[in-house]
Design a protein around this ligand. Structure first.
Ligand code: SAH
Length: 193
């Protein structure tokens, strides 16, 4: 029997994505990593949808390609070996969701972590690409120094967004101790002037 469990930042993000994404949608995975989220998104968009997945590291792109190939989902995705801050150069049309899983690749090089300067550019580009009602999910990992800085700057930035245009939600597990991952959700609203 399925039981609803409040588990983790990533689970909260996936829960929101399941609600927001419809078959046929175009979506972006801004941090492909090992491709878990890319695969999840490929299933949600279905045969007629498409996923654009970015990663700076060739190894991550290769791991994602293998995962999608094994799952028979490779034709639903475009894998882009570039920084997500260049998103606007690669993605066209209306996007219904953009997924960020910040930090470094589990099992990979900890030096290649996301950084606020480029994350900010990518989140801004994602907000432009989003259609009305679309969402951005961001899992942040403040348990290491750059991750803590990135989360702090992210909160400062998201707090300034026009609340007629965007709903911005921060979710954290209050009793999970310092450095626990957090999930941010940004939704673009119909502009009401
Ligand atoms: N910490 C997460 C996983 C994050 S994976 C967890 O535990 O689940 C983050 C991925 O982002 C890595 O594969 C890394 O290569 C990638 N990345 C870092 N900077 C990037 C950038 N500017 N553009 C695209 N991908 C980037």
């Amino acid at each position: 029997m399925f039981m609803y469990v409040l588990k983790s930042a990533r689970y909260l993000a996936q829960d929101a994505l399941e609600r927001a994404i419809l078959a046929g949608d175009h979506v972006v995975d801004a941090t492909a990593g090992n491709g878990h989220d890319t695969e999840f998104l490929c299933r949600l968009v279905g045969e007629s949808g498409h996923v654009f997945a970015f990663d700076l590291q060739g190894d991550a792109i290769e791991a994602t390609r293998r995962r999608l190939m094994n799952a028979g989902l490779l034709d639903r995705a475009t894998l882009i070996h570039a920084g997500h801050e260049e998103m606007a150069d690669y993605v066209r049309g209306e996007i219904s969701a953009v997924v960020f899983n910040l930090g470094w690749l589990p099992g990979g090089d900890h030096a290649v972590t996301t950084r606020w300067e480029t994350t900010r550019k990518a989140v801004a580009a994602a907000m432009d690409l989003l259609k009305e009602g679309g969402i951005i999910t961001i899992c942040a990992y403040p348990g290491h120094e750059e991750g803590e800085r990135e989360k702090r700057e992210l909160i400062a930035y998201l707090s300034t967004l026009d609340n007629r245009r965007f709903n911005v939600l921060e979710q954290r597990f209050l009793n999970a101790g310092p450095g626990a991952p957090e999930c941010f959700i940004i939704q673009k609203m119909a502009f009401s002037g």
